[in-house]
Design a protein around this ligand. Sequence first.
Ligand code: ADP
Ligand code: MG
Length: 402
Amino acid sequence: MRTLDTLGSLDGKTVLARLDLNVPLDGTTITDDGRVRASLNTIRELRSRGARVVAMSHLGRPQGAPEERFSLRPVAARLSELLETPVAFATDTVGSDARAQLAQLPADGVLLLENLRFNPGETSADEAERRAFAAQLAEQGDVVVSDGFGVVHREQASVTDLERLLPSAAGLLVEQELDVLERLTRRPEHPFAVVLGGSKVSDKLGVIAHLIERVDTILVGGGMVFTFLAAQGHAVGASLLEEDQLETCRGYLAEAERRGVRIVLPTDIVVAEAFAADAAHEVVAAEAIESSAFGASGLGLDIGPESAAAFAAIIRESKTVFWNGPMGVFEMAAFAGGTRAVAEALTQTAGFSVVGGGDSAAAVRALGFADEQFGHISTGGGASLEFLEGNALPGLEVLGWA
Ligand code: ADP
Ligand code: MG
């Protein structure tokens, strides 16, 4: 894969830097600036090599037209604070303001363009439309540095098409993220435990198929639990359930047994009357979810304390741990216990711990843990899962990744 050093001298050049500055916002307040901080090294490195930096990113999922609530303007302000240097902001991507700001940008200046997804070409399924947008972006710089790790699994104008039009290379964050993922797939220290949770069950099952060949233990929490429990024949009330994945889950359980890999399911579950922060709730055995006071309408919203303690013990004894997906609805205090216990155990293990996934990273920070307590917090959930599944990532392939 081409890295910054392959670009030659950047002195006096304008570098288009595709970053992932897709931060969670509450109004115009950034609630977790992890992705902005993760982008700083590359920006600093480019400036120290004498380049002007035109930073580009998406934010949220606007539908190809400007929408104030998805504006990157608050990110420009935060970037400026963290870099301790002025960051100019263009209110468009390839329009008159971008051109005007670019014309004024000093030799070591930093400019952030408005949300790339305000332009329909960014995510278009039509290659010609994507390429036309990429060509307009390409006119605004000399080389492109791809450092938006969270989007490298996407075929998008700024992620793949632009990289084909200009000399391109991976940035420092992409390099670092790949180092970590390679350490997990190529030479993990054992015992190796993977903790999976969250709500996107079918998205994450695929990773089990790939990891089952290299891990010792798979701990299952979050919304995925119920499809596994149902696959074992247990009733799960009104909990998250993907009926069409039951067979897949049965297949994984059988394969794990054959290979001597442990798939550990929770033994107790926090069942709630409703999906609400103040809902009545109680802890019941995982095989008897409908035995709670709420019967068949009860919802499993967290793993129970016995399971949390068992998961934590396994994590603490592991030499390598990869965690993706909260153990429960951590956004509500009553259902955050499992996620907190797992996060805490990750900070206590002497092994190498990796947290992947946007919500998982937000959860550890929201629960008061510091980034430094973990081996690595990945900025890319989908991208790291796709990598671990062994899938080709188009945004890396254009950079010469093989
Ligand atoms: P990540 O972004 O880390 O990959 P996901 O997006 O897959 O994680 O899932 C995060 C969401 O999963 C959280 O908002 C959390 O509330 C939800 N979740 C976790 N457990 C459950 C559950 N038992 N039922 C419903 N939602 C759950
Ligand atoms: Mg998520």
